[in-house]
Ligand binder design. Structure first.
Ligand code: ZN
Length: 362
Protein backbone atom coordinates (compact mmCIF):
# COMPACT_ATOMS: atom_id res chain seq x y z
CA UNK A 1 0.00 0.00 0.00
CA UNK A 2 1.26 3.49 -0.80
CA UNK A 3 1.83 6.13 1.84
CA UNK A 4 -1.14 8.09 0.54
CA UNK A 5 -3.29 4.94 0.82
CA UNK A 6 -2.27 4.40 4.42
CA UNK A 7 -2.95 7.99 5.41
CA UNK A 8 -6.45 7.77 3.89
CA UNK A 9 -7.40 4.85 6.10
CA UNK A 10 -9.76 5.56 9.02
CA UNK A 11 -8.32 5.84 12.50
CA UNK A 12 -9.94 4.32 15.58
CA UNK A 13 -9.49 5.23 19.24
CA UNK A 14 -9.49 2.27 21.63
CA UNK A 15 -9.32 2.04 25.42
CA UNK A 16 -9.25 -0.64 28.08
CA UNK A 17 -10.81 0.50 31.37
CA UNK A 18 -10.07 -1.97 34.18
CA UNK A 19 -10.37 -1.87 37.95
CA UNK A 20 -6.93 -0.36 38.45
CA UNK A 21 -5.55 0.70 35.06
CA UNK A 22 -6.89 2.70 32.13
CA UNK A 23 -5.07 2.37 28.80
CA UNK A 24 -5.85 4.02 25.51
CA UNK A 25 -4.31 4.37 22.07
CA UNK A 26 -5.14 4.68 18.39
CA UNK A 27 -5.01 2.33 15.42
CA UNK A 28 -5.47 2.52 11.67
CA UNK A 29 -8.21 0.45 10.07
CA UNK A 30 -6.65 -2.73 8.75
CA UNK A 31 -3.81 -2.78 11.30
CA UNK A 32 -4.02 -5.01 14.32
CA UNK A 33 -1.61 -2.92 16.36
CA UNK A 34 -2.40 -0.07 18.72
CA UNK A 35 -0.09 2.96 18.71
CA UNK A 36 0.56 5.82 21.11
CA UNK A 37 -0.66 3.78 24.09
CA UNK A 38 -1.03 5.82 27.28
CA UNK A 39 -1.60 4.26 30.68
CA UNK A 40 -2.91 5.83 33.91
CA UNK A 41 -4.25 4.61 37.27
CA UNK A 42 -8.07 4.65 37.21
CA UNK A 43 -9.74 7.42 39.25
CA UNK A 44 -12.11 4.83 40.72
CA UNK A 45 -12.88 3.27 44.08
CA UNK A 46 -9.32 1.95 44.52
CA UNK A 47 -7.91 5.49 44.55
CA UNK A 48 -10.92 7.27 46.10
CA UNK A 49 -12.64 4.77 48.41
CA UNK A 50 -14.59 7.53 50.20
CA UNK A 51 -16.48 8.88 47.18
CA UNK A 52 -20.01 7.90 46.11
CA UNK A 53 -20.66 5.76 43.01
CA UNK A 54 -22.05 8.83 41.20
CA UNK A 55 -18.96 10.94 41.97
CA UNK A 56 -16.65 8.12 40.89
CA UNK A 57 -18.60 7.67 37.63
CA UNK A 58 -18.16 11.36 36.82
CA UNK A 59 -14.43 11.20 37.58
CA UNK A 60 -13.86 8.05 35.55
CA UNK A 61 -15.82 9.33 32.53
CA UNK A 62 -13.85 12.63 32.63
CA UNK A 63 -10.60 10.70 32.83
CA UNK A 64 -11.54 8.38 29.96
CA UNK A 65 -12.59 11.26 27.68
CA UNK A 66 -9.42 13.19 28.56
CA UNK A 67 -7.13 10.25 27.81
CA UNK A 68 -8.90 9.43 24.53
CA UNK A 69 -8.57 13.10 23.50
CA UNK A 70 -4.83 13.01 24.25
CA UNK A 71 -4.49 9.89 22.09
CA UNK A 72 -6.54 11.53 19.37
CA UNK A 73 -4.04 14.44 19.30
CA UNK A 74 -1.17 12.07 18.53
CA UNK A 75 -3.14 10.14 15.85
CA UNK A 76 -2.57 10.98 12.16
CA UNK A 77 -6.19 12.02 11.63
CA UNK A 78 -9.50 12.45 13.47
CA UNK A 79 -11.03 9.20 14.69
CA UNK A 80 -13.85 7.48 12.78
CA UNK A 81 -14.96 5.39 15.76
CA UNK A 82 -14.21 4.83 19.44
CA UNK A 83 -14.26 1.48 21.26
CA UNK A 84 -13.82 0.83 24.96
CA UNK A 85 -13.35 -2.50 26.76
CA UNK A 86 -14.95 -2.05 30.17
CA UNK A 87 -14.57 -4.09 33.38
CA UNK A 88 -18.25 -4.77 34.09
CA UNK A 89 -21.46 -5.97 32.40
CA UNK A 90 -22.49 -3.82 29.43
CA UNK A 91 -25.83 -3.93 27.58
CA UNK A 92 -26.30 -4.08 23.83
CA UNK A 93 -26.59 -0.30 23.49
CA UNK A 94 -23.31 0.29 25.33
CA UNK A 95 -24.85 1.10 28.72
CA UNK A 96 -22.74 -0.01 31.68
CA UNK A 97 -24.97 -2.02 33.99
CA UNK A 98 -22.60 -2.50 36.91
CA UNK A 99 -18.94 -1.84 37.75
CA UNK A 100 -18.07 -2.98 41.28
CA UNK A 101 -14.31 -2.81 40.75
CA UNK A 102 -14.51 0.76 39.39
CA UNK A 103 -17.25 2.61 41.29
CA UNK A 104 -18.35 0.02 43.85
CA UNK A 105 -21.38 -2.25 44.02
CA UNK A 106 -24.78 -1.23 42.69
CA UNK A 107 -23.99 2.16 41.18
CA UNK A 108 -26.45 3.75 38.72
CA UNK A 109 -26.41 2.54 35.09
CA UNK A 110 -24.22 4.64 32.81
CA UNK A 111 -24.92 5.14 29.04
CA UNK A 112 -21.21 5.25 28.27
CA UNK A 113 -21.46 4.63 24.50
CA UNK A 114 -23.92 7.51 24.17
CA UNK A 115 -21.66 9.82 26.21
CA UNK A 116 -18.58 8.94 24.13
CA UNK A 117 -20.54 9.22 20.87
CA UNK A 118 -21.57 12.74 21.86
CA UNK A 119 -18.07 13.75 23.04
CA UNK A 120 -16.28 12.58 19.89
CA UNK A 121 -19.15 12.90 17.38
CA UNK A 122 -18.40 9.43 16.00
CA UNK A 123 -19.93 5.97 16.58
CA UNK A 124 -18.87 4.62 19.95
CA UNK A 125 -18.77 1.01 21.05
CA UNK A 126 -18.55 -0.07 24.68
CA UNK A 127 -17.88 -3.75 25.34
CA UNK A 128 -17.43 -5.79 28.46
CA UNK A 129 -13.67 -6.42 28.76
CA UNK A 130 -13.93 -10.21 28.67
CA UNK A 131 -16.19 -9.94 25.63
CA UNK A 132 -13.65 -7.65 23.97
CA UNK A 133 -10.92 -10.20 24.70
CA UNK A 134 -13.08 -12.89 23.09
CA UNK A 135 -13.02 -11.02 19.77
CA UNK A 136 -9.25 -11.34 19.83
CA UNK A 137 -9.48 -15.13 20.07
CA UNK A 138 -12.55 -15.71 17.87
CA UNK A 139 -11.94 -17.45 14.54
CA UNK A 140 -11.36 -14.81 11.87
CA UNK A 141 -13.69 -16.40 9.31
CA UNK A 142 -16.69 -14.38 10.48
CA UNK A 143 -18.34 -17.34 12.17
CA UNK A 144 -18.66 -19.83 9.34
CA UNK A 145 -16.82 -22.49 11.33
CA UNK A 146 -18.47 -23.88 14.42
CA UNK A 147 -16.13 -21.85 16.62
CA UNK A 148 -17.59 -22.43 20.08
CA UNK A 149 -15.49 -21.27 22.99
CA UNK A 150 -15.52 -19.73 26.44
CA UNK A 151 -13.28 -16.90 27.57
CA UNK A 152 -12.27 -17.26 31.22
CA UNK A 153 -10.38 -14.55 33.05
CA UNK A 154 -8.50 -15.16 36.28
CA UNK A 155 -7.01 -11.92 37.57
CA UNK A 156 -8.13 -9.75 40.51
CA UNK A 157 -11.57 -11.30 39.81
CA UNK A 158 -12.98 -14.14 37.72
CA UNK A 159 -15.28 -13.78 34.71
CA UNK A 160 -16.34 -15.55 31.52
CA UNK A 161 -18.11 -15.09 28.20
CA UNK A 162 -19.27 -17.77 25.74
CA UNK A 163 -18.87 -17.22 21.98
CA UNK A 164 -20.29 -19.21 19.10
CA UNK A 165 -19.93 -18.59 15.36
CA UNK A 166 -18.90 -14.98 15.74
CA UNK A 167 -21.56 -14.10 18.34
CA UNK A 168 -21.24 -13.65 22.07
CA UNK A 169 -24.06 -15.49 23.85
CA UNK A 170 -25.70 -12.86 26.06
CA UNK A 171 -29.08 -11.22 26.51
CA UNK A 172 -29.55 -7.58 25.45
CA UNK A 173 -28.90 -6.22 28.92
CA UNK A 174 -25.47 -7.89 28.98
CA UNK A 175 -26.13 -9.78 32.21
CA UNK A 176 -24.29 -13.07 31.91
CA UNK A 177 -20.81 -14.47 31.88
CA UNK A 178 -20.45 -13.61 35.54
CA UNK A 179 -19.34 -16.94 37.01
CA UNK A 180 -17.14 -14.87 39.33
CA UNK A 181 -20.25 -13.95 41.34
CA UNK A 182 -21.49 -17.49 41.82
CA UNK A 183 -21.33 -18.44 45.49
CA UNK A 184 -19.10 -21.47 45.94
CA UNK A 185 -17.92 -21.15 49.57
CA UNK A 186 -20.82 -21.10 52.05
CA UNK A 187 -18.71 -20.80 55.22
CA UNK A 188 -19.75 -17.92 57.49
CA UNK A 189 -16.22 -16.48 57.25
CA UNK A 190 -15.75 -17.06 53.49
CA UNK A 191 -13.65 -14.34 51.81
CA UNK A 192 -15.40 -11.18 50.60
CA UNK A 193 -16.02 -10.59 46.91
CA UNK A 194 -15.63 -7.09 45.42
CA UNK A 195 -19.41 -7.05 44.81
CA UNK A 196 -19.94 -6.96 48.59
CA UNK A 197 -20.97 -10.60 49.11
CA UNK A 198 -19.01 -13.52 50.57
CA UNK A 199 -17.69 -16.74 49.12
CA UNK A 200 -18.09 -15.96 45.41
CA UNK A 201 -15.89 -17.74 42.89
CA UNK A 202 -14.19 -14.40 42.18
CA UNK A 203 -13.22 -14.09 45.84
CA UNK A 204 -11.94 -17.67 46.07
CA UNK A 205 -10.36 -18.52 42.69
CA UNK A 206 -8.94 -15.11 41.68
CA UNK A 207 -5.42 -13.83 42.34
CA UNK A 208 -6.84 -12.15 45.42
CA UNK A 209 -8.39 -15.46 46.49
CA UNK A 210 -5.08 -17.27 46.01
CA UNK A 211 -3.29 -14.67 48.13
CA UNK A 212 -5.90 -14.95 50.87
CA UNK A 213 -5.65 -18.76 50.81
CA UNK A 214 -1.84 -18.64 50.99
CA UNK A 215 -2.02 -16.34 54.02
CA UNK A 216 -4.49 -18.60 55.86
CA UNK A 217 -2.40 -21.69 55.10
CA UNK A 218 0.83 -19.95 56.18
CA UNK A 219 -0.63 -19.18 59.60
CA UNK A 220 -1.92 -22.74 59.99
CA UNK A 221 1.28 -24.44 58.83
CA UNK A 222 4.18 -22.08 59.56
CA UNK A 223 6.77 -24.86 59.13
CA UNK A 224 5.61 -25.79 55.62
CA UNK A 225 5.38 -22.11 54.74
CA UNK A 226 8.95 -21.49 55.94
CA UNK A 227 10.18 -24.19 53.53
CA UNK A 228 8.27 -22.78 50.54
CA UNK A 229 9.49 -20.36 47.88
CA UNK A 230 6.69 -18.06 49.02
CA UNK A 231 8.38 -17.54 52.38
CA UNK A 232 11.64 -16.67 50.64
CA UNK A 233 9.78 -14.22 48.36
CA UNK A 234 8.26 -12.25 51.25
CA UNK A 235 11.12 -12.55 53.77
CA UNK A 236 9.03 -14.93 55.90
CA UNK A 237 6.15 -12.48 56.43
CA UNK A 238 2.90 -13.75 54.82
CA UNK A 239 1.43 -10.27 55.31
CA UNK A 240 3.86 -8.98 52.68
CA UNK A 241 3.09 -11.67 50.12
CA UNK A 242 1.58 -10.64 46.74
CA UNK A 243 -0.73 -12.54 44.39
CA UNK A 244 2.03 -12.30 41.79
CA UNK A 245 4.40 -14.16 44.14
CA UNK A 246 1.81 -16.87 44.76
CA UNK A 247 1.37 -17.22 40.98
CA UNK A 248 5.15 -17.48 40.52
CA UNK A 249 5.18 -20.17 43.23
CA UNK A 250 2.56 -22.18 41.32
CA UNK A 251 4.54 -21.75 38.09
CA UNK A 252 7.64 -23.16 39.82
CA UNK A 253 5.45 -26.00 41.18
CA UNK A 254 6.21 -25.13 44.79
CA UNK A 255 4.22 -27.65 46.87
CA UNK A 256 2.96 -25.05 49.36
CA UNK A 257 1.79 -22.62 46.64
CA UNK A 258 0.02 -25.39 44.73
CA UNK A 259 -1.66 -26.58 47.91
CA UNK A 260 -2.81 -23.03 48.71
CA UNK A 261 -4.45 -22.45 45.31
CA UNK A 262 -5.93 -25.92 44.84
CA UNK A 263 -9.28 -25.32 46.64
CA UNK A 264 -9.92 -22.21 44.51
CA UNK A 265 -8.84 -23.99 41.32
CA UNK A 266 -11.17 -26.84 42.24
CA UNK A 267 -14.14 -24.47 42.44
CA UNK A 268 -13.21 -22.93 39.09
CA UNK A 269 -12.69 -26.36 37.52
CA UNK A 270 -16.12 -27.52 38.71
CA UNK A 271 -17.73 -24.39 37.32
CA UNK A 272 -16.04 -24.82 33.92
CA UNK A 273 -16.99 -28.50 33.91
CA UNK A 274 -20.62 -27.42 34.49
CA UNK A 275 -20.38 -25.08 31.49
CA UNK A 276 -18.87 -27.80 29.34
CA UNK A 277 -21.41 -30.39 30.43
CA UNK A 278 -24.37 -28.01 29.99
CA UNK A 279 -23.34 -26.36 26.74
CA UNK A 280 -20.67 -28.55 25.12
CA UNK A 281 -18.30 -25.60 24.77
CA UNK A 282 -15.35 -26.73 22.66
CA UNK A 283 -12.46 -24.76 24.13
CA UNK A 284 -11.73 -22.51 27.09
CA UNK A 285 -9.28 -19.61 26.62
CA UNK A 286 -7.86 -18.86 30.07
CA UNK A 287 -6.57 -15.29 30.31
CA UNK A 288 -5.90 -12.73 33.06
CA UNK A 289 -2.83 -11.73 35.02
CA UNK A 290 -2.93 -14.49 37.64
CA UNK A 291 -3.44 -17.35 35.16
CA UNK A 292 -0.75 -15.91 32.89
CA UNK A 293 1.77 -15.59 35.73
CA UNK A 294 1.00 -19.07 37.12
CA UNK A 295 1.50 -20.58 33.66
CA UNK A 296 1.28 -24.14 32.44
CA UNK A 297 1.25 -25.86 35.89
CA UNK A 298 -1.84 -23.80 36.73
CA UNK A 299 -3.65 -24.84 33.53
CA UNK A 300 -2.73 -28.48 34.17
CA UNK A 301 -4.15 -28.33 37.69
CA UNK A 302 -7.32 -26.66 36.36
CA UNK A 303 -7.68 -29.39 33.72
CA UNK A 304 -7.36 -32.10 36.37
CA UNK A 305 -10.04 -30.48 38.53
CA UNK A 306 -12.34 -30.06 35.51
CA UNK A 307 -11.94 -33.71 34.60
CA UNK A 308 -12.86 -34.83 38.15
CA UNK A 309 -16.13 -32.89 38.00
CA UNK A 310 -17.10 -33.31 34.37
CA UNK A 311 -16.22 -36.96 33.77
CA UNK A 312 -19.41 -37.69 31.81
CA UNK A 313 -18.18 -35.67 28.82
CA UNK A 314 -14.60 -35.18 29.93
CA UNK A 315 -12.33 -38.20 30.29
CA UNK A 316 -9.26 -37.15 32.34
CA UNK A 317 -6.97 -37.05 29.32
CA UNK A 318 -9.33 -34.77 27.39
CA UNK A 319 -9.97 -32.01 29.94
CA UNK A 320 -6.56 -30.37 29.67
CA UNK A 321 -6.87 -30.30 25.89
CA UNK A 322 -9.88 -27.99 26.17
CA UNK A 323 -7.84 -25.35 27.98
CA UNK A 324 -5.86 -22.85 25.97
CA UNK A 325 -3.71 -20.10 27.48
CA UNK A 326 -4.37 -16.49 26.49
CA UNK A 327 -1.65 -14.48 24.75
CA UNK A 328 1.43 -13.68 26.90
CA UNK A 329 0.65 -9.95 27.05
CA UNK A 330 -1.83 -7.53 28.59
CA UNK A 331 -3.43 -6.38 25.32
CA UNK A 332 -6.63 -8.46 25.14
CA UNK A 333 -8.95 -5.49 25.81
CA UNK A 334 -7.31 -3.09 23.35
CA UNK A 335 -6.75 -5.60 20.54
CA UNK A 336 -10.14 -7.28 21.00
CA UNK A 337 -11.96 -3.91 20.84
CA UNK A 338 -10.03 -3.06 17.70
CA UNK A 339 -10.83 -6.42 16.12
CA UNK A 340 -14.51 -5.94 16.97
CA UNK A 341 -14.47 -2.56 15.21
CA UNK A 342 -12.79 -4.15 12.18
CA UNK A 343 -15.44 -6.86 12.06
CA UNK A 344 -18.23 -4.29 11.99
CA UNK A 345 -16.84 -2.94 8.69
CA UNK A 346 -16.66 0.73 7.86
CA UNK A 347 -18.15 2.51 10.85
CA UNK A 348 -19.29 5.40 8.66
CA UNK A 349 -21.39 3.09 6.57
CA UNK A 350 -22.48 0.38 8.92
CA UNK A 351 -22.78 1.71 12.44
CA UNK A 352 -25.69 3.89 13.47
CA UNK A 353 -25.45 5.88 16.67
CA UNK A 354 -25.43 5.22 19.50
CA UNK A 355 -24.59 1.55 19.33
CA UNK A 356 -23.69 -1.28 17.03
CA UNK A 357 -26.58 -3.12 15.40
CA UNK A 358 -25.14 -6.47 14.42
CA UNK A 359 -22.91 -9.12 15.88
CA UNK A 360 -23.67 -8.87 19.35
CA UNK A 361 -24.23 -7.73 22.73
CA UNK A 362 -21.21 -6.73 24.63
ZN1 ZN B 1 -19.33 -11.26 43.83
Amino acid sequence: MTGAGISARPVYLVADLGGTTLRAGWARAGDLTVSGVRRVAVDGITRYPGLSAGELQARVVDQLVRLLRECSLTAPRSPSAVAVAFAGPVGRTGTVVDAPTIWGPRGPELPLARILGREFAVPALVLNDVTAAGWRYAASDGGEDDDYFCMVTVSSGVGNKVFRRGEVLLPDDGRGGEIGHLRVDFAADAPWCDCGDRGHLGAVASGRGALHAAGVLARRFPGAFARSVLSAACAGDPGRLSAQQVAAGVRSQDAFAVRAVTPGVRHLGRTLAALHTALGVGRFVVMGGFARAAGEPYLRLLGEEMAKAGGFLLPPAAAGGLLQPGAPDDDDGLLGSLRRLERSGSPRAAIPKPAFPAAGTS
